[in-house]
Design a protein around this ligand. Structure first.
Ligand SMILES: Cc1cc2nc3c(=O)[nH]c(=O)nc-3n(C[C@H](O)[C@H](O)[C@H](O)COP(=O)(O)OP(=O)(O)OC[C@H]3O[C@@H](n4cnc5c(N)ncnc54)[C@H](O)[C@@H]3O)c2cc1C
Length: 282
């Protein structure tokens, strides 16, 4: 376990934005996390889906990154701090199906479960059968927890995700090829790994019949691509990615996001909702 006082949160965020936190604790496995005596104020994983405030946080912030996992037949048993892609890779090595569409999603398993991360019609929640959570000082196991579109019982009701049990399926032999195709598409459409961002900024619009309107399409139609406010800009290759062009402040990102939302509201009467987790200082 590593402890840092007054270190900028930008060092722990893929967006490279955020002022200092009173204390940052880096827990590299479940035992280290549990050795923190009081339940933590805030827990993050790899910081790939968050926007931290410029003023920083007068709080103790935990990053749970690392831990162990194993496969047992079709089951994955994993600590929440493990990198999701390590789990995807291992499942492919074992000829299992279920995670191939999630190839290339950055971050930890815990972060993925919290936000029900997904792509290409799959979402992690479809595979999660049980989750161990640390909540109000107790460690409990939740069977078949609730998930919605980029939503989960953990997002709604809190708790630190410690471990998870995922049930995969027997593969057809095509999963590795599918994963490769997904990675190739990401390379073409998304900002490259060295570009600071937090993934899709807004959620897609979910229609009552289950169809989705991509937020990127609406944003493109209102001329979002290439727009800039301060150090924040819309990625020219994909209108739903806000990127840090150098020295962006959270304030720049939020101002840009609010202009984008207003344009979409005025043109289509649709209210975009942030997918990125906006962390407030108060
Ligand atoms: C280039 C790029 C592409 C992306 N593509 C996709 C995509 O295709 N699909 C998709 O869904 N997402 C995508 N994302 C977003 C992001 O990768 C996912 O949301 C990821 O699952 C976040 O994991 P993380 O560990 O980084 O979480 P963090 O960003 O660290 O945290 C996100 C949220 O999860 C909570 N959290 C994290 N760990 C825990 C825990 N152990 N217990 C309780 N709460 C926890 C945090 O409190 C926070 O609210 C992309 C991001 C980038 C930068």
């Amino acid at each position: 376990m590593k402890v840092f006082n007054n270190l900028p949160l930008k060092n722990f965020s893929r967006f490279r934005i955020g002022g200092p936190a009173r204390q940052i604790i880096l827990a590299e496995n479940r035992d280290e996390l549990l050795s923190v005596v009081e339940p933590p104020d805030l827990v993050f994983g790899e910081g790939t889906n968050v926007l931290f405030p410029d003023e920083g946080l007068d709080k103790r912030v935990i990053f749970f990154r690392g831990g162990s996992f194993h496969l047992d037949g079709r089951w994955v048993v994993a600590e929440a701090g493990v990198n999701l892609q390590e789990v995807v890779e291992k499942s492919l090595d074992h000829g299992l199906a279920g995670l191939e569409n999630l190839a290339g999603i950055p971050g930890t398993l815990g972060g993925a479960i919290y936000g029900n991360a997904g792509a290409f019609g799959s979402q992690i929640g479809d595979l999660v059968r049980e989750v161990e959570v640390w909540k109000e000082g107790e460690i409990v196991r939740l069977k078949n927890p609730w998930f919605g579109y980029r939503d989960s019982v953990f997002k709604r009701e809190g708790g630190v995700i410690l471990r998870a049990w995922l049930k995969l399926r027997k593969g057809t032999g095509r999963e590795r090829e599918v994963a490769r195709e997904r990675l190739k598409l990401r390379e073409i459409k998304h900002p490259s790994p060295e570009v600071p961002c937090a993934g899709s900024f807004f959620k897609n619009i979910l229609l009552p019949d289950g169809e989705k309107i991509p937020a990127g399409k609406l944003l493109e139609e209102v001329g979002a691509k290439g727009m800039k406010i301060g150090g924040a800009g819309v990625f020219p290759g994909h209108a739903n990615f806000i990127i840090n062009l150098g020295n962006a402040r959270a304030e720049d990102v939020l101002r840009l996001a609010s202009i984008l939302k207003r344009r979409v509201r005025e043109r289509f009467g649709i209210e975009l909702e942030e997918e990125v987790i906006i962390v407030r200082s108060t």
